[in-house]
Design a binder for this molecule. Structure first.
Ligand code: PLP
Length: 292
């Protein structure tokens, strides 16, 4: 893909105004496009023909890897947490794109980074190029830095707000922000006491701008969608035309709206919310109906 410009739109929701960068519109796999970009380049460089990674039944990362991997001529393997019995639309598509799905129990999945499990994967799948869960590593950060470069061709902003799972996207954005700007993450998982330490580890060897992670908006935990969040998503879409899902973009937009409404930013702060995509996962929440 060449020079795509990320559309930035101004939205107004219940009296609060802010801007949204539509990564979801510019790139079919949102932030996962950027996280995969240099990893696939590296896999090609070292001559790997198979890329393997890990995820759950609705994983945006697995979905993106299957699609982009096929387009670039790789074999892909998804090591999936849980049972094969009820194949989600996400995994059905991944399989249609040629991904081999390997289902493992939750107990096995927890051991996925152990030497014994890795040795088994290497033997079974012919020394694949292995991407960690969520695709977070230094190459993913280099890709995410490019999001900032693309946004810099748009109107300026002071605070870039982004949902945080593993923190790889936030870390990559932080590497590209110069002085005077900061990236503010909204954690989508509950009680991840080590999240900051992990992000610090990712950023240990690079210069970076200011970053922080807000832990006040997990809405019950990863992939949980309490009624107030589902109502917000429906009302926000009705008011702005922007589709969200409960796992990432819905929690982000809810948090940004709440913080602006509470006056947590000094007057005049230019807040830009990054819609990182993930709308394919909305199919796991049928009450929301199809996007648009
Ligand atoms: C994966 C994902 C994130 C989180 O990215 P991390 O780098 O793991 O923090 C945010 N939004 C969407 C839509 C995602 O798919």
């Amino acid at each position: 893909m060449g020079q795509t410009t990320i559309p930035v739109v101004s939205v107004r929701y219940r009296g609060v105004q802010f801007r949204v960068a539509r990564l979801d519109q510019a790139y079919p796999h949102g932030n996962k496009h950027f996280k995969l970009k240099y990893n696939l380049r590296e896999a090609k460089r070292i001559g790997a023909d198979t890329i393997l990674s890990f995820g759950g039944a609705w994983s945006n990362h697995i979905h993106a890897l299957a699609h982009v991997g096929q387009a670039q001529g790789f074999r892909t393997v998804g090591v999936i947490r849980g049972e094969a019995s009820a194949l989600s639309p996400t995994l059905t598509e991944a399989r249609a794109w040629g991904m081999r799905l390997e289902f493992v129990s939750r107990a096995q999945y927890r051991e996925k980074d152990s030497p014994a499990f890795r040795a088994w994967l290497n033997e079974t799948f012919g020394d694949p190029f292995v991407l960690p869960e969520g695709g977070t590593n230094a190459l993913a950060m280099a890709g995410c830095a490019e999001i900032v470069h693309e946004l810099d061709q748009q109107e300026p902003y002071d605070v870039l707000c982004v949902p945080v799972g593993t923190g790889g996207t936030l870390a990559g954005l932080a590497t590209a922000l110069g002085p005077g700007r900061r990236v503010e993450g909204v954690a989508v998982l509950k009680a991840r006491a080590d999240l900051e330490r992990r992000v610090q580890a990712l950023l240990a060897t690079v210069d970076h701008g200011l970053w922080s992670i807000d832990h006040d908006y997990p809405a019950g935990g990863y992939a949980r969608a309490p009624g107030y969040l589902l109502e917000f998503i429906a009302a926000f879409e009705a008011a702005t035309g922007i589709a969200l899902e409960p796992v990432y973009s819905g929690k982000l937009m809810y948090a940004v709206w709440q913080k602006l409404q509470r006056g947590e930013y000094p007057t005049g702060t230019r807040v830009l919310a990054l819609h990182t995509g993930g709308l394919q996962g909305r199919r796991g929440f049928p009450s929301l109906g199809p996007c648009g």
